[in-house]
Ligand binder design. Structure first.
Ligand SMILES: Cc1cc2nc3c(=O)[nH]c(=O)nc-3n(C[C@H](O)[C@H](O)[C@H](O)COP(=O)(O)OP(=O)(O)OC[C@H]3O[C@@H](n4cnc5c(N)ncnc54)[C@H](O)[C@@H]3O)c2cc1C
Length: 470
């Protein structure tokens, strides 16, 4: 028997007629446990998350978001907000309560002359890129194209264009949100400036974003692809990478990945499943210049080199196959000051003991434009790091979870001496209050608490990397 009851945070059962009223008021669709599409509706990208909400409200418009916020709040329901469900922590779905889902709000308008784009929160990076590339325009997005623009932007947004144009949130011009009391508000450099400061990095703590306006840039085909190197001399490749990324112009953004088993990725069949170091690159500028800049990568005699001039949208989906939905995922991340000898030794020794063939260790290079924005400009920060370490563990069998969770924890722990102490909020799992604080400086965290006190004093939006009101 499927339990259709809606139970609030205090354990009381909500009268069925109230749920029916809500259902009738919504322009979009409500899904409940006995519905055919409930099971697919409650699933998100990370297969580790297996929760059973009582109501999933697929919103069609801003009115639906407002109606849903009132419904959740009036009846004290635990409320999760989901745009594309692509966050590893899994906060976009909850047990028992209400999921407010924006994935059907997917309108986008591009003003090519003004080079701006106004996008609803339900788009993912692929949707956004295809619409803006129709005009030869783009702004920084994530490196896996199914990632939702909403979670990405509210947490910061790092990707292939960040060293040239800054983070996604650096290109944000305005946001429309619905606050915890069901009020629609706009925030920008001219309106609700403090809130705008917090929405750029503070995640979903202050309300539900319904639309974003971005600055766009001319982005034509890019020089991009992957170069693979053998894994038998990890110290050498890591040392080379550390030196190389300090010497390159803003047009080039790179990411090094230790790939535990090459046959689990698009490198399939090339190296008989051997582990490899992959350096993924994107040069967003004059290709002839780019070819000069990447020469040292080619001089290192890669096993494979598919770098070529390619459409921007193609680059944006280049890594999709290595991050399919539904696998069990556990990530640990931190910002690295440097790739010192000590850091390289630790990384090299741990890579050897990686527990799952599906796992990877990423070093995502920062610097350039993203590093030049003042730390206090917005909540998103820690811009002085050399790179972001992201230990991405994936596996199929839930019986193996313990070992696959332990390995990244141990590696991240061993890397602490080389970390700036900072972490990127969008790469956090469910790791507790102190780790959320690590995403910000203490002064910024205090400012975020002040904003939370103003816009969500009862912590209605707490299914997130939560900033608790005082
Ligand atoms: C495979 C993979 C690759 C990734 N690559 C990158 C990358 O290259 N660069 C990068 O910066 N990040 C990357 N990320 C992290 C990504 O930015 C975050 O996971 C982001 O939260 C995903 O956005 P979403 O809208 O799909 O999130 P969801 O899972 O839908 O939501 C996550 C959280 O964001 C908040 N939220 C979502 N929508 C709204 C909204 N409309 N209003 C208010 N709050 C909201 C809620 O708190 C929610 O719990 C990646 C994640 C994955 C899984």
């Amino acid at each position: 028997m499927v339990d259709r009851r809606v139970i609030n945070a205090a354990g009381a059962v909500l009268e069925e007629r109230l749920v029916r009223e809500f259902e009738r008021a919504l322009h979009g669709k409500v899904i409940r446990p006995s519905d055919e599409d409930y099971d697919s509706g409650r699933r998100i990208w990370n297969g580790m998350i297996n929760r059973y909400p009582a109501v999933i409200a697929y919103c069609s418009d801003v009115d639906d978001v407002i109606t849903s916020v009132h419904f959740g709040r009036d009846h004290d329901l635990l409320t999760a907000v989901r745009s594309r469900g692509h966050n590893v922590a899994g906060n976009s779905v909850c047990d028992r309560g209400l999921v407010i889902d924006l994935s059907r709000m997917k309108k986008i308008m591009v003003d090519a002359a003004a080079r701006t784009g106004r996008a609803q929160a339900g788009l993912n990076c692929a949707d956004f890129d295809h619409a803006t590339q129709n005009y030869g325009l783009a702004t920084t997005g994530g490196i896996v194209s199914r990632t939702g623009i909403a979670g990405l932007t509210l947490g910061g947004g790092i990707g292939w264009l960040m060293r040239k144009f800054g983070a996604t949130c650096d290109n944000l011009l305005s946001v429309n949100i619905v606050t915890a009391d069901g009020q629609p508000l706009a925030a920008s450099a001219n309106e609700n400036q403090n809130l705008f400061w917090g929405l750029r990095g503070g995640g979903g703590n202050f309300g539900i974003a319904t639309a974003f306006e971005y600055r766009l840039h001319e982005v034509g085909p890019v020089l991009a692809g992957t170069l693979c190197y053998p894994s038998d001399k990890p110290g050498e490749i890591l040392r080379f990478y550390g030196d190389f990324i300090r010497s390159i112009p803003d047009e080039l953004t790179t990411m090094l990945a230790y790939v535990a088993n090459s046959s689990t990725t698009s490198l399939h069949g090339l190296f008989g499943g051997a582990p490899v170091f992959a350096i993924h690159v994107c040069y967003a500028g004059n290709a002839a210049e780019g070819l000069k800049v990447v020469k040292p990568l080619r001089a290192l005699e890669p096993l494979k080199d598919d770098m070529r001039i390619t459409a921007y949208c193609e680059l944006q989906s280049m890594l999709d196959s290595s991050a399919p939905p539904g696998l069990l995922n556990y990530w640990k991340s931190s910002h690295l000051k440097d790739l010192s000898k000590g850091a390289i030794d630790v990384l090299a020794s741990y890579c050897d003991g990686i527990t799952s063939p599906l796992s990877q260790v990423h070093l995502q290079q920062l610097g350039g434009a993203i590093g030049r924005v003042g730390e206090d400009t917005m909540a998103f920060g820690h811009r002085d790091a050399l790179c972001v370490l992201n230990i991405v563990t994936k596996w199929h069998d839930p019986r193996e979870s313990e070992k696959h969770v332990e390995w990244p924890r141990n590696l991240e722990n061993a890397m602490r001496p080389f970390s700036t102490g900072g972490v990127y909020v969008n790469f956090l799992g469910e790791e507790g209050e102190d780790r959320v604080k690590s995403a910000y400086t203490p002064a910024k965290y205090d400012r975020l608490v002040t904003l939370k006190n103003k816009y969500d004093p009862t912590n209605c939006f707490r299914m997130n990397q939560n900033i608790k009101p005082a």
